[in-house]
Design a protein around this ligand. Structure first.
Ligand code: PLP
Length: 398
């Protein structure tokens, strides 16, 4: 039967990594051993308090519906957690959502009118496009500078009469860019001047290697009016290493959060009640040591990965060129020196080439907006990083 789909779903293009993913699957099924640098999730264990909380939740029978936006206590604890970034939100200004994605899609549904534009960085996490389209909006790209950051000038250029919202992401996936206080202040001035909203996606806030994590909503003194225009997104997927359990925190103006209550009530209802209990128990404890340990582990992996890849040469040139990621757990690598007959020309061909020749998988950059790049995740074991880098060296240097 030929289905009559809604137009909005037809506007979502199939992922440009489809044939790459299919090849990875095929090779794995054939029993090939592949080093996977594709993960978009932490390889750490959650805090022990979370696991204890889950057990306690089971014993207490926390299996019923909760309030749509999450238990009040968890909303309070999420607000308390955000205070570490100098953010001052009350519990009514917090929505507990189905992962970070739930927060993004609900906010877009609440704010974006059909045909309105949402500015996103030209190098970005691919899901932003789809979420904007599903909400009826149009993604509009803002150029990024050599540090992969949107600048006040490029933001200004991307804003039109139809712009409703700007999605800012720091630390950024896939580039590892972390915006400084000064950079955010300048962006905030444009946002307030133009009267648009900003969704500040800070889901990787616990993983900052250089500089500090600054939340744009905390800059109210410097730029009056920025806080009420900002929606801050964070969550437990990366910070507590529970991506499969779907808990996000969205913070912002109470009136909008009330609308999100209606939307989430209609489309998904409360996030998992048992997981809420576990996260609550984790956030009730002092997680400083847990976060520090995690950061240290990522730092070592970042070092291993970057030191390994930077030495690999292809025909007298560096095969992998990159800027050191300042945050997150991805390395955004320019592979234009690898282009040619041997490995192919597009990012997908090169990713496939490296998969076949070296048995190493990294995601083609086209999915994130640059066909000259690949995204390597270093959220994997150190031994795997050493093995993967060794295989790449062998395949490329011969
Ligand atoms: N924002 C960015 C930039 C991400 O990379 C991700 C997940 O990869 C998310 C949001 C969503 O996270 P969640 O798994 O909590 O939906």
């Amino acid at each position: 039967m030929e289905h009559k789909f809604a137009k909005r779903v037809l506007k979502i293009k199939p992922s440009p990594t489809l044939s790459f993913n299919a090849k990875v699957k095929e090779m794995k099924e054939a029993g090939k051993d592949i080093v996977m640098f594709t993960a978009g999730e932490p390889d750490l264990k959650p805090p022990k308090e979370f696991e204890e909380g889950l057990k306690e939740g089971i014993a207490l029978g926390k299996f019923n519906y909760t309030a749509v936006l999450g238990e009040k206590k968890l909303r309070e604890l999420a607000a308390k957690y955000l205070m570490k970034y100098e953010l001052d939100y009350k519990w009514e200004e917090i929505a507990i959502t189905q992962g970070g994605k739930g927060g993004i899609s609900n906010l877009l549904l609440a704010l974006v009118e059909k045909g309105e534009e949402v500015v996103i960085p030209e190098i970005r996490w691919a899901s932003y496009d789809d979420e904007v389209i599903l909400a009826g909006g149009k993604p509009r790209l803002a150029e990024v500078n050599e540090d992969f950051k949107v600048t006040p000038e490029s933001l200004r250029k991307a804003i039109t009469r139809k712009t409703k919202l700007f999605i800012l992401n720091s630390p950024a996936n896939p580039t590892g860019a972390v915006y400084s206080r000064e950079e955010l202040t300048e962006l905030a001035k444009v946002i307030v001047e133009k009267g648009i909203y900003v969704l500040s996606d800070e889901i990787y806030s616990e993983i900052v290697f250089e500089g500090e994590q600054v939340s744009i909503a905390s800059l109210e003194k410097e730029v009056p009016g920025i806080k009420e225009r900002t929606f801050t997104l964070n969550g437990a997927s990366k910070s507590l290493a529970i991506p499969g359990l779907r808990i996000g925190y969205l913070a912002g103006d109470k009136e909008v959060i009330k609308k999100i209550d209606c939307i989430q009530g209609a489309n998904a209802s409360n996030p998992n009640s048992l997981t809420q209990w576990g996260v609550r128990k984790a956030l009730e404890t002092d997680l400083t040591g847990y976060f520090e340990e995690g950061l240290e582990a990522y730092q070592e992996k970042r070092k291993l990965m970057t030191e390994g890849l930077e030495g690999i040469q292809y025909r007298g040139k560096r095969a992998f060129m990159f800027k050191m990621p300042q945050g997150g757990f991805y390395l955004w690598v320019n592979i234009k020196n690898l282009k040619g007959k041997e490995f192919g020309r597009s990012s997908e061909e090169i990713a496939l080439g490296l998969l076949e020749e070296a048995g190493v998988a990294a995601i083609p950059g086209k999915a994130f907006g640059d066909d000259n790049c690949l995204r390597f995740s270093f959220a994997v074991g150190k031994e795997e990083i050493k093995e993967g880098v060794g295989r790449l060296r062998k395949a490329i240097e011969g």
